[in-house]
Design a protein around this ligand. Structure first.
Ligand SMILES: C[S@@+](CC[C@H](N)C(=O)[O-])C[C@H]1O[C@@H](n2cnc3c(N)ncnc32)[C@H](O)[C@@H]1O
Length: 298
């Protein structure tokens, strides 16, 4: 049987030709400065000595863009924990969550730790971040990254996040959900089979329900994925909004993006979903992302 392709999204992605062009060209290589280990200006100077091309990124002064042939993960500056190799689009969700210093934060699906270590940087190594994941091999990378970057405010835990039994506890919750990862497709347009998408959608709904339960009343929850599928994005948020446990707030970002969808095919998600954002690979020459910001009802 023929599988589905990216053509499934032809009617919802405003510049579909740009999308196809973007998945056929290499993505930009971006790194994020780790302020726990080095001053920004020192790192910038070292990067310019080490790599042929280094560009600052206008919207975020913690990020730098390198030439497409560079391998920053194999460099001694990386081993020293001076930076984390991270896609530009993946840097957006922690900024939207914006945890304050000294707060209590849960990163429910944290491995390998790109967003955990960014949250730690945003909190200036204060407060506590519980960085949880279910997959042991990925937890090893999480522990290694947290330690390499010197994130002393992070505690790593191993749980299926659906089984966490605490309530009304965290000031901020990030749910970077397991997804079909369609935003990372490179040189191919074939999607994961529908049964896998359906199974992930059920998991995402259960995880988001748990995220709301665990968060303190009035606190912020950010839900994000790296996929285009509306079922895994707007559909998951619409499901939680219908339960009246949280309200959605506008995501305000200064980078190119589209609004969340009000509907897809026969599925109606509602006007509130326009407050979420979709970042397509052609916006930043980076991966795709969906980000929604929720506030738990008091
Ligand atoms: C998109 S990745 C997270 C990426 C990570 N936040 C980062 O920025 O590096 C999704 C993660 O969810 C984890 N996961 C899947 N099901 C889970 C569950 N039921 N409970 C906790 N973690 C789960 C996977 O092991 C995977 O590491």
């Amino acid at each position: 049987m023929e599988g589905e392709t990216l053509l499934r999204y032809k009617d919802i992605i405003p510049d579909f030709d740009a999308l196809i062009a973007s998945i056929n060209r290499p993505r930009d290589i971006t790194i994020r400065w780790n302020p726990h280990k080095i001053e920004r200006n020192q790192l910038f100077a070292m990067l310019r000595e080490t790599f042929n091309e280094v560009h600052e990124i206008g919207w975020y002064n913690h990020a730098f863009k390198l030439g497409q042939n560079e391998r920053p993960g194999k460099n001694f500056l990386h081993a020293l924990g001076y930076y984390y190799v991270q896609e530009e689009s993946a840097m957006v969700a922690p900024i939207v969550l914006a945890p304050s210093k000294n707060s209590f934060v849960l990163d429910m699906c944290a491995a390998p730790g790109g967003k955990t270590t960014q949250l730690s940087a945003l909190m200036e190594n204060s407060g506590t971040i519980i960085a949880n994941d279910k997959a042991i091999p990925r937890l090893k990378s999480l522990v290694s990254n947290v330690s390499r970057l010197g994130c002393i405010n992070v505690v790593v835990t191993w749980n299926d996040a659906r089984n966490l039994s605490i309530k009304d506890c965290f000031d901020y919750v990030l749910l970077d959900a397991p997804c079909t990862a369609e935003g990372n497709l490179f040189k191919k347009i074939k999607l994961m089979p529908k049964f896998m998408r359906d199974s992930l959608t059920n998991l995402q709904k259960a995880l988001l329900h748990k995220a709301i339960e665990i968060a303190k009343p009035g606190s912020t929850i950010v839900y994000c994925t790296c996929t285009f599928a509306p079922e895994e994005n707007e559909g998951v948020i619409a499901n939680i909004l219908a339960k009246n446990l949280a309200k959605i707030e506008p995501v305000r970002i200064k980078i190119p993006h589209e609004k969340g969808l009000e509907y897809f095919g026969k599925n109606e998600y509602g006007g509130e979903l326009k407050k979420a954002v979709r970042i397509y690979p052609y916006h930043l020459n980076s991966g795709g992302a969906f980000i929604a910001k929720l506030r738990k009802r008091d």
